[in-house]
Ligand binder design. Structure first.
Ligand code: ADP
Ligand code: ASP
Ligand code: MG
Length: 415
């Protein structure tokens, strides 16, 4: 019998009525002859509430490091509730099922609490239960460290749980969510966004890492590395209703229709740090970014330019919003060695990106981007490019305008 992993996100399990619908969708796959493992998220809003208990102002965790292991004990609990509720609902429908927490499988994760990575999954117990005809209902987002502590996989991490389980079981993975596939851009921002029938792993990886939260970045990395057949589809259908094909995430070679640009993504999660009056000599960048790397601060875009004064330069770079204050403190502490004049931070910025494998072979993609933004009067603060994407940093107030302008400029509303 073939195995199948189904994953349902927060909106899809938001209340008991929706959980019943999920159970019907699972049952339909069981009746179709599949051995099913279902991965569930916490009910929508639950994880935010739990996070607020632990690191909101004045909350229990005030003053503790962000990697505190008890943070994970609290925030992982939302998935335990939905796993139990879905297993109960399936049993009520006469479907044999049981819940599994990350530690019961086990899903072994590293100890980077709050953003842990899965190291290993032992699928034997889980596979055995599935072979015996039981649906495995798995709490997403959580694993266990080698010394027995609960670790969570970062926001959106249930996608990664699902793909990792699918890889371990040798099964395809269907991600059910509140949209019926991957779109050319976030359909919440651009109503003209079009659903993509297929997208390559590589493009999906860029889309996810540049802000399209429909899949967690790490889940796409895993799917690509282990060749997991991955599909994104809507949970808002009844079994038997045409669910549509959703979007298939696959190898580039399996996509017949070639596009230059496949999508537009945006992220408001970054902050820009500007350093003025840096000495213009070798070793300065190394001192700045070395100090940040030592403190595990991820730097994304970087631009350096000559200042008006001779032998000095200015530098701007972006870091995650959550890390901005810490990054400023780290750079300030290194001021005596580096020797800059001033530092400023701006977190009212957004990164807007266009993504497409066609950029490898086509010129003029950047020109169209800059032209479209200029026509709308959007000022570009920083630019960065890679083989298949171009990103610009802009004032956050223009995010929607920029996304829509770029979506139209590449004809994505007419796909
Ligand atoms: P879940 O709770 O099921 O994990 P998420 O909220 O994490 O769902 O992800 C689904 C959301 O991702 C959609 O509601 C949509 O607003 C957003 N999204 C952003 N970019 C895209 C895109 N390119 N295609 C589809 N959805 C996108
Ligand atoms: N519940 C977790 C979150 O909201 C994990 C997930 O939904 O994927 O981030
Ligand atoms: Mg999600």
């Amino acid at each position: 019998m073939s195995r199948l992993v189904m994953k349902f996100g927060g909106t899809s399990v938001a209340d008991l009525e929706r959980i019943r619908r999920v159970a019907r969708l699972v049952n339909a796959e069981v009746l179709a002859g599949h051995q099913v493992a279902v991965v569930v998220s916490a009910m929508s809003g639950k994880t935010n509430e739990l996070v607020a208990w632990t690191d909101g102002s004045g909350a229990a965790a005030a003053g503790l490091p962000p990697s505190d292991d008890e943070y994970d004990v609290v925030v992982a609990s939302g998935e335990q509730v939905t796993a139990g509720l879905l297993a109960m609902t399936l049993r009520n429908m006469g479907v044999s099922a049981r819940s599994w927490m990350g530690w019961q499988i086990p899903i072994i994760a590293d100890d980077a609490h709050g953003r842990a990575r899965i190291d290993d999954i032992s699928p034997e117990k889980l596979g055995g239960a599935m072979d015996a005809g039981e649906v495995a209902v798995i709490a997403g987002f959580q694993g266990v460290t080698r010394d027995g502590r609960i670790a969570t996989l970062g926001r959106g991490g249930s996608d990664t749980s699902a793909v990792a389980i699918a890889a371990a079981l040798g099964a395809p993975c269907d991600i059910y969510t509140d949209v019926d596939g991957v779109y050319t851009t976030d359909p919440r921002i651009e109503s003209k966004a079009r659903k993509l029938a297929r997208i390559s792993y590589e493009e999906m990886l860029e889309m996810a890492s540049l802000g399209a939260k429909v899949l967690q970045t790490r889940s796409v990395e895993l799917a690509m590395a282990y060749k997991v057949p991955l599909r994104v589809l809507s949970s808002f259908v009844e079994p038997g209703e045409a669910p549509g094909q959703g979007t298939i995430v696959c190898d580039e070679e399996d996509i017949v229709e070639k596009r230059i640009v496949s999508g537009v993504a945006y992220s408001r999660d970054e902050a820009k740090i500007s350093l003025f009056g840096l000495p213009d000599h070798p070793g300065v960048s190394s001192a700045i970014f070395g100090a940040l790397a030592d403190a595990n601060v991820n730097v994304d875009m970087i631009v350096q330019s000559k200042a008006r004064t001779a032998d000095t330069a200015n530098m701007e770079f972006t870091v995650g919003k959550r890390d901005a204050q810490r990054a400023v403190e780290i750079v300030r502490a290194a001021q005596p060695q580096i020797g800059f004049l001033d530092i400023a931070v701006n977190d009212d910025v957004a990164k807007v990106s266009v993504i497409g494998v066609g950029m490898r072979s086509h010129t003029g993609v950047a020109k169209s981007m800059f032209q479209a933004l200029a026509e709308k009067g959007v000022n570009i603060q920083v630019i960065s490019t890679s083989e298949i994407k171009i990103s610009v940093l802009i004032d956050a107030a223009y995010t929607e305008l920029a996304v829509r302008a770029l979506h139209a400029a590449y004809g994505l509303d007419q796909l």
